[in-house]
Design a protein around this ligand. Structure first.
Ligand SMILES: [Zn+2]
Length: 96
């Protein structure tokens, strides 16, 4: 998890708390809420972006695993074979 967004939220919250206890520093409320909103947007954006990326990766890995399985077992005897072999080393079945 990226911390940059959370740091903005914390700084924003501290600024808001400071502004709450010091009513004569009204502009701190705007600064604090702006920083907190920016941090929140950053966290949400990172979460969505990360979620999409991980989903794409798992799909790729699944496709790769299926492909690997098809290429590494003999059509006739179902034994595990090396993908670069021309003939099955167990039953002699032509692989390519
Ligand atoms: Zn075979």
């Amino acid at each position: 998890m990226k911390l940059s967004g959370w740091i903005f939220i914390i700084i924003g919250a501290i600024t808001l708390i400071t502004a709450y206890f010091l009513p004569h520093l009204r502009f701190f409320l705007y600064i604090g809420s702006t920083i907190a909103a920016y941090g929140l947007a950053k966290v949400i954006f990172n979460f969505i972006f990360k979620e999409d990326k991980s989903l794409q990766n798992s799909t790729n890995y699944e496709q790769l695993a299926v492909k690997e399985l098809q290429e590494s077992s003999c059509k006739r005897c179902r034994n595990i074979i090396r993908t670069y072999d021309n003939f099955c080393s167990y039953c002699g079945c032509r692989l390519k």
